[in-house]
Write a protein that binds this ligand. Structure first.
Ligand code: SF4
Length: 235
């Protein structure tokens, strides 16, 4: 498992914490709006950052770095993920894990072994095969069952967590977002992220105008009663 990206410190990736973010390559989805196409398609073109370098950085800056966000790509693709998280936890750092929810067994493992403090899971579309296929660019139906399972695992984990959807005009209507919110009724947090038409996996998506921020905010207001906290991210 190679690390293909590193942000030494960020105030944006985990609300309330100063964190580093690391990027793991490859993904089993092909979301047309994905903004990390080189990480998904051609990670070999990106240089690998030795883990020892990161360990040294964290040891030196431990006083003011609270934790590490693990993102991708899809971090849960890797059998060795628990080992990586253990090494980070051993340094006394908190761990936030981003996932698309297609590896429920891996999630169970890292939760049971107390290797993660916060989970952020994407819900790409309403939980039906056609919508999910369209939003992820993948034709496999069996992923849907895994996603449903991951939602349950995260909700029952006792951990702090969020679900989130990148809202794209050609993929999501207001009704779709409401359907997702009603599916996760009672969840701790649901964030709507406005789509950014830049460096997209499908270049045609660079020509799609995102919804105005006000529209996303109004959707958020309308669905807020379904969840404990509903928020908007992005311009
Ligand atoms: S946006 Fe989609 S394709 Fe890109 S990393 Fe996330 S899940 Fe994978």
């Amino acid at each position: 498992m190679e690390i293909k990206g590193f942000i030494p410190n960020s105030l944006l990736d985990w609300e309330g914490y100063i964190v580093s973010t690391i990027y793991l390559p490859y993904c089993n989805f092909r979301c047309p709006y994905c903004q990390n196409p080189s990480l998904v398609f051609s990670p070999k073109s990106l240089s690998t950052i030795p883990f020892e370098e990161l360990q040294n950085y964290w040891k030196k800056n431990k006083k003011w770095i609270d934790g590490v966000c693990i993102t991708g790509g899809e971090p849960c693709l890797y059998r060795k993920l628990p080992g990586l998280l253990r090494e980070i936890k051993d340094l006394g750092l908190k761990v936030k894990l981003d996932t698309n929810g297609t590896f429920p067994r891996r999630l169970e493992e890292v939760i049971q072994e107390k290797l993660v403090d916060y989970i952020a899971m994407d819900i790409k579309a309403p939980l039906d095969v056609a919508s999910y296929q369209k939003s992820t660019g993948i034709r496999r139906e069996f992923y849907l069952g895994r996603i449903v399972e991951s939602i349950q695992i995260i909700r029952n984990s006792g951990l702090d967590y969020e679900f989130r959807t990148t809202v794209v005009p050609t993929l999501h209507t207001e009704k779709d977002i409401e359907e997702i919110a009603s599916y996760i009724q009672g969840a701790r947090a649901y964030y709507l992220q406005n789509f950014v038409p830049r460096d997209t996996l499908n270049p045609a998506y660079e020509k799609i105008a995102p919804y105005p921020r006000e529209k996303i905010e109004s959707i958020c207001k309308r669905i807020a009663h379904y969840v404990v906290k509903c928020g908007v991210r992005g311009k």
